[in-house]
Design a protein around this ligand. Structure first.
Ligand code: DAH
Length: 339
C-alpha cells in the first residue's frame, strides 16, 4: 500500500506545467470523488489495524501534496497568461541592423587568403619596435640615407624605441627564431611621420611576405607575384617588374600590374601608361639572412611588401586615404555586399 502511495506521489510531482484546463483535468483525475486518491480509501479498509495510523497519515499527506501541487500549476498558468497577454506573437520583428566589414579588413583577408593557398602562414610582430628589427637587421647602415626614406616616429626621444615604419621588421623576428623553410605572411599597421592628406597618412597597413629555403630563385618570386596579381585583380592581369632599390633585397624590384581600370589601354588613373605600381619585392639580401642567424651560403629567399590601402584603392577606387579612418558610416555601408 505504501508503495502505491509513493508511486502516485511521484507521478503527480513529475507534472510541472499545465494550462488552466489541464490543471482542472488533473484535479478531477486525482482529487475528485472518483479520483485516484479517493480510490486508495477503498483499499484502506483492508489495511490491518496496527498499520491504519501510518497509512492513513500517508494518504492524508498525499492528498495535501496533490492539492497544493495542482493549485500551483493552475496559478502559474494564469500568471503566464497575464504576463504575456500583451505580446503579439504574430508581429513582424524589427529588422536586425547588420554591420559591414571595413574595406581594409576585407582586402587584408583577401591578400592573406591568396598567400595561404600557396602555403604561407601568418606571422605577427609588435608595432612598437627597436632600431635593430626595423632598420639595422635589414641592412640599413647607420648613416644610410635610406633611413630617411621612412620618416620615423620615435618614442620618448629614445632613438631605439620607435613605431615600426614597415612590416619588414616581422621578417627579422621570424628568421631570428626559426630556421628555413620559412614561408610567412605578415599583415600589420605601420606608422610614418607624414602630414595627413588624401595621398599620405601617419598610419597605414602593409602585408609582407617572406619565403626562405634552399634554392629559392627570382623565378619563384615572379611566379608568386603573377599568381597573386591574377587572383586579386582577375585572370587577365599582366605584371611587370622594374628594377628598384631596397636595402634588404638584392636585386630589388617594383611590381606594376596592367591598369585594372582601363585594362592597360591608358586612362587618367594610370596616367595614360597602362600600368599601376602595387608593391616592392626582391631576393633577400645575404646580409639580412646572416644578421638573423640564417646561413646565406645554404639558403636564399624572396620578400615582398605591399600597402593594403593601395590595393584597396585599386580594387574599390577609394582615392582619399583619410576615408579609411574617419569611420563615416555612409562610406562603410558602401561595402555591404563586398566579399
Ligand atoms: N618595406 C618596404 C616599404 O615599406 C616594402 C618592401 C619592399 C618590403 C621590398 C619587402 C621588399 O619585403 O622586398 O616600403
Amino acid at each position: 500500500m505504501i508503495d502505491k502511495i509513493n508511486a502516485l506521489r511521484a507521478e503527480i510531482a513529475a507534472i510541472n506545467t499545465a494550462t488552466a484546463e489541464q490543471a482542472e483535468a488533473l484535479r478531477i483525475k486525482y482529487l475528485s470523488k472518483k479520483g485516484a486518491v479517493n480510490a486508495l480509501m477503498a483499499d484502506f479498509r483492508n489495511v490491518p489495524a496496527e498499520q491504519k495510523r501510518e497509512i492513513g497519515q500517508a494518504i492524508n499527506d498525499l492528498k495535501n501534496f496533490a492539492t497544493e501541487h495542482i493549485n500551483q500549476l493552475r496559478e502559474c498558468s494564469q500568471q503566464s497568461v497575464r504576463e504575456f497577454a500583451h505580446i503579439d506573437l504574430t508581429r513582424t520583428p524589427a529588422p536586425v541592423r547588420l554591420g559591414t566589414r571595413h574595406p581594409l579588413s576585407l582586402v587584408r583577408e583577401q591578400i592573406i587568403d591568396i598567400f595561404r593557398r600557396l602555403g604561407f602562414n601568418i606571422a605577427e610582430g609588435p608595432e612598437i619596435e627597436d632600431d635593430w628589427h626595423v632598420f639595422s637587421s635589414l641592412n640599413f647602415a647607420d648613416d644610410h640615407p635610406a633611413r630617411d626614406m621612412q620618416d620615423t616616429f620615435f618614442i620618448q626621444r629614445n632613438p631605439d624605441v620607435l613605431l615600426r615604419t614597415h612590416t619588414s621588421s616581422v621578417q627579422t623576428r621570424a628568421m631570428e627564431h626559426t630556421q628555413p623553410p620559412i614561408r610567412i605572411i605578415c599583415p600589420g599597421r605601420v606608422y610614418r611621420n607624414e602630414a595627413i592628406s588624401a595621398r599620405a597618412h601617419c598610419f597605414f597597413h602593409q602585408v609582407e611576405a617572406l619565403y626562405v629555403d634552399t634554392d629559392v630563385t627570382f623565378a619563384d618570386l615572379r611566379q608568386t607575384l603573377l599568381y597573386f596579381a591574377r587572383e586579386m585583380f582577375g585572370p587577365e592581369t599582366k605584371i611587370r617588374l622594374r628594377p628598384s632599390y631596397f636595402p634588404f633585397t638584392e636585386p630589388s624590384a617594383e611590381m606594376d600590374i596592367s591598369c585594372n581600370i582601363c585594362g592597360g589601354k591608358g586612362c587618367g588613373f594610370c596616367k595614360h601608361t597602362g600600368w599601376v605600381e602595387i608593391l616592392g619585392c626582391g631576393m633577400v639580401d645575404p646580409n639580412v639572412l646572416d644578421a638573423c642567424g640564417i646561413d646565406s651560403k645554404k639558403y636564399t629567399g624572396f620578400a615582398l611588401g605591399m600597402g593594403v590601402e593601395r590595393i584597396t584603392n585599386l580594387k574599390y577606387r577609394v582615392n582619399d586615404l583619410r576615408m579609411f579612418s574617419e569611420n563615416d558610416i555612409r562610406f562603410l555601408k558602401e561595402f555591404t555586399s563586398a566579399r
